[in-house]
Design a protein around this ligand. Structure first.
Ligand SMILES: [Zn+2]
Length: 290
C-alpha cells in the first residue's frame, strides 16, 4: 500500500468487520495559507485549525454538491467563526476572538460562544441551505459535534481534533446509518481511538495512525483526497451581494462614495465598484452600440 502523505489530505475508511466508518484529515499548507491572511493569535490559530479540520471530516460523510460550514456568531469571546469545506475538500476559514486568550486557558465552547450559537450549515450549489444548531454543553468542539450527531442523526459519532497553531488534524468514527449498530463493537473502537495523543494525531501518517490504533481490526482505506485552501469568492458573487440592495439603494450608495469596496474576509481579495458598474451589478445586458 502506498504511503498516504501527511500533507493536506483526507482519507475515508471502513472497518471490515464492523458497521463503522471513519475519516482522517491532516492540514498543513492549507492552515498556513489561511493564517497568512490575517494576524491571528495563537489561540485563534488553534481554534480555527481544529474547526476547519472538523469541517473536512463532516463534509466527507455527506453527499453534497456545495459547501459545509461550521459557523459561530456571538457577543462573547468568540465573535465570529466560519470554517468551510467544499465537496472537493477546498477549505477556507476565518475567526475573530474579542480578547486574547492564553493558550493554556482556552475556555469550553459554551463559554467562548456565550449568548451566540454554533451551527453546522449545508450550502448546496443549488437549492436551499440547511442549518442545524450544535449543542454546546460538551466542552470542546469535538465533543459538541459528537453530541450534535447523536441528537440530529441518532448516529454514534466521535471526533478527535488537534491543532498546534501551524497544523491541524482530525479523526472521526461514525456508526453507519441504516444498520442497527453493535454497542459493544462501537465501544471497543471508541476506546482504542481515545488512546490517541495530540502529538500522534498531528504527527502520524494516516496508515501509521490507523495501524497504531486498529491493527487488529481490519481497516479498508479509500484513496486519499487532496485538501487545499480555496476561496469561493468571485466577481460574480460580490456583484450578486451588492445587487440584493436594489437599484435605488445602490444609486444612493454611489452618490455618497465614488467607489464601493468589498473585501473577502477569507482570502483578502478586494472587489471595487463605481457607478459605471451599476448595470453589470444589476445584471443588465450592456447597451448595444449599433
Ligand atoms: Zn475570497
Amino acid at each position: 500500500m502506498s504511503d498516504v502523505t501527511r500533507t493536506d489530505s483526507a482519507v475515508r475508511f471502513l472497518f471490515s468487520a464492523a458497521a463503522v466508518r471513519g475519516v482522517w484529515v491532516h492540514l498543513d499548507a492549507s492552515c498556513r495559507n489561511m493564517f497568512a491572511r490575517k494576524s491571528y493569535s495563537a489561540a485563534e490559530r488553534i481554534l480555527l485549525g481544529e474547526s476547519v479540520a472538523a469541517a473536512v471530516l463532516l463534509s466527507r460523510t455527506i453527499k453534497l454538491q456545495g459547501r459545509l460550514a461550521l459557523q459561530a456568531r456571538g457577543q462573547g469571546l468568540l465573535r465570529l467563526l466560519v470554517a468551510e469545506s467544499t465537496q472537493d475538500a477546498g477549505v477556507r476559514g476565518v475567526i475573530e476572538l474579542a480578547d486574547s486568550i492564553a493558550l493554556d486557558s482556552i475556555p469550553p465552547l459554551q463559554q467562548l460562544v456565550g449568548d451566540g450559537y454554533l451551527a453546522v450549515t449545508l450550502l448546496p450549489d443549488a437549492g436551499d441551505s440547511y442549518q442545524g444548531i450544535v449543542p454546546l454543553a460538551g466542552g470542546r468542539l469535538q465533543d459538541c459535534l459528537a453530541d450534535y450527531f447523536a441528537l440530529s442523526e441518532q448516529l454514534p459519532t466521535a471526533l478527535w481534533l488537534a491543532a498546534d497553531g501551524e497544523r491541524a488534524a482530525g479523526l472521526m468514527l461514525q456508526a453507519l446509518p441504516g444498520d442497527a449498530h453493535d454497542a459493544e463493537v462501537w465501544h471497543h473502537l471508541h476506546t482504542l481511538a481515545a488512546t490517541l495523543t495530540q502529538a500522534e494525531l498531528l504527527g502520524l501518517s494516516c496508515e501509521a495512525l490507523l495501524h497504531r490504533l486498529f491493527h487488529q481490526e481490519g481497516v479498508q482505506l479509500f484513496p486519499a483526497e487532496a485538501v487545499q485552501f480555496q476561496c469561493t469568492c468571485s466577481v460574480e458573487r460580490s456583484r450578486n451581494a451588492l445587487a440584493i440592495l436594489g437599484r435605488d439603494e445602490l444609486q444612493k450608495l454611489f452618490a455618497e462614495q465614488p467607489e464601493v469596496t468589498m473585501d473577502c474576509h477569507f482570502c483578502g481579495a478586494n472587489y471595487r465598484y463605481t457607478a459605471d458598474d451599476l448595470g453589470e451589478i444589476l445584471g443588465e445586458p450592456p447597451a448595444l452600440l449599433h
